[in-house]
Design a protein around this ligand. Structure first.
Ligand code: CDP
Length: 245
């Protein structure tokens, strides 16, 4: 059995956060010139770049769907994003995370509008500190909107977990590595619709319920930040176009 490491001191976590506090979030929209949509996002010490291409003709042709667009989602951790250099290229973990992230967008992307086309989403982790899939989903959601992909809504994502017997929001790497449970969640905040949920470790039913509530509250906060970042970006575009005239 794992020896318990002290992650909570005098009711605070080691980075000074309360149990229900998010890490700092920074969002920049439209940062890549060659992508149709892009977003740079920081969630605490996670740094992620998301780029979207499409809708465009899907290759190879046999992978096309005659009725709707196919979403390709690639999550990748840069070799320099972790403590020990990660081996470049896909591994089991990144294949699994790419699939989970793609499925988190299934209920929102209106794929029927683009038969035979492909929409490519790339999520590159430049620096990782746990919760990278949630940071990736938040960034991808904004990059998809920036690319003008028709969506019913944005998807927002965060993890909750259990450390030293307490249910806490948004675990950092020290908490994730030494905690009892980690549960990343993605949802459509406005309708409280969960589009992805995973669980690593164990929680009681009561802790699960509390965790879910914490995550839902945080997704509402993240949704507002995502919306605000998109609005800021498009106001800027509007202002600079007016100045050009
Ligand atoms: O990042 P996320 O919490 O979504 O996924 P995880 O598989 O639970 O990984 C937790 C953290 O472990 C990552 O964010 C990285 O900080 C670290 N990790 C790493 O350093 N090297 C890897 N090959 C995989 C994960």
């Amino acid at each position: 059995m794992k020896e318990e490491i002290e992650l909570i001191k005098e009711g605070k976590r080691l980075d000074g956060r309360g149990f229900d506090e998010l890490r700092r979030i920074k969002i920049e929209v439209g940062v890549l010139k060659r992508a149709d949509g892009s977003c740079y996002l920081e969630l605490g010490d996670n740094k992620v770049m998301a780029a979207v291409y499409g809708p465009r003709e899907m290759h190879p042709r046999h992978a096309q769907d005659a009725k709707m667009a196919v979403i390709k989602f690639r999550y990748n951790m840069a070799p320099f994003s972790t403590d020990d250099r990660k081996r470049p290229g896909p591994d089991r973990r990144s294949v699994e995370i790419s699939k989970v992230c793609r499925e988190a967008f299934d209920p929102v992307i209106i794929r029927e509008l683009y038969p035979k086309m492909g929409i490519e989403v790339y999520v590159e982790l430049l620096q990782s500190d746990a919760g990278t899939r949630t940071a990736g989903i938040n960034a991808a959601s904004i990059a998809l909107a920036d690319a003008g992909i028709p969506m019913k809504d944005l998807v927002s994502s965060i993890a909750v977990g259990k450390i030293n017997g307490e249910v806490v929001l948004d675990l950092n790497a020290a908490e994730d590595n030494n905690g009892e449970a980690d549960m990343p969640i993605a949802m459509i905040a406005r309708t409280n619709t969960i589009t992805a949920l995973q669980m690593d470790g164990r929680m009681t039913q009561e802790e699960f319920g509390r965790g879910l509530k914490l995550a839902m509250g945080a997704c509402h906060q993240i949704y507002e930040l995502q919306r605000a970042a998109l609005i800021t970006r498009y106001n800027q575009n509007y202002e600079s176009k007016r100045e050009e005239k």
